[in-house]
Design a protein around this ligand. Sequence first.
Ligand code: COA
Length: 181
Amino acid sequence: MGPFPVETERLLLREFRAEDEAAIHAYAADEEATRFTNWGPNTKEQTRAILESWLVVQRGWPREVVPLAIELKTERRLIGGTGFTPLDLKARTAVFGYVLHRSYWGSGYATEASRALLSFGFRELGLHRITAACDTLNTASYHVMEKLGMRREAHHRKDARKHGRWRDTYIYAVLGEEWRG
Ligand SMILES: CC(C)(COP(=O)(O)OP(=O)(O)OC[C@H]1O[C@@H](n2cnc3c(N)ncnc32)[C@H](O)[C@@H]1OP(=O)(O)O)[C@@H](O)C(=O)NCCC(=O)NCCS
């Protein structure tokens, strides 16, 4: 349920399905793909549990979390995940994120998926402000946000802990009135 999929030139942003488990686990269990994420690397049980929770939340619309699969149209293959986590339609704000299987990095897919997601958020959902966070060492991630025209609004010092180390976080944001797609 919900106004999906969102289609781009090369990608489909669609809801998750039970049969996606192996494709999700292929990136969610990868140490390198999850080096900077605030979750993972996942065990099989963790991937199964998160997918099950997504299948439940997907039954309703509107809703507070909008997890979406990134599917490569030519291969009909799930190559990553994105979505609004959370989405607050009352406050007209959302936070988004993205992760791709390592084999699909460096082809502009994250930028393409995010551009479509932000356009959808501003134009279809009437959002006012969309933000995203990343580890300050995650160059690829903040490059994506800068290519989208997002603004670095904050540098949080040692606010996140992963693998026994404190990490710094950048917060990026863009307003609906600034968004040109
Ligand atoms: C972040 C991620 C989704 C980017 O996906 P992608 O499809 O490769 O991104 P794009 O190709 O759209 O753009 C990435 C940009 O960063 C640049 N980049 C990528 N890796 C880089 C690196 N190590 N150093 C500097 N720049 C880098 C690319 O050159 C590109 O910029 P360009 O188009 O100007 O050349 C992908 O690397 C990923 O899944 N990482 C692991 C998960 C993750 O960290 N998610 C974000 C959590 S906040």
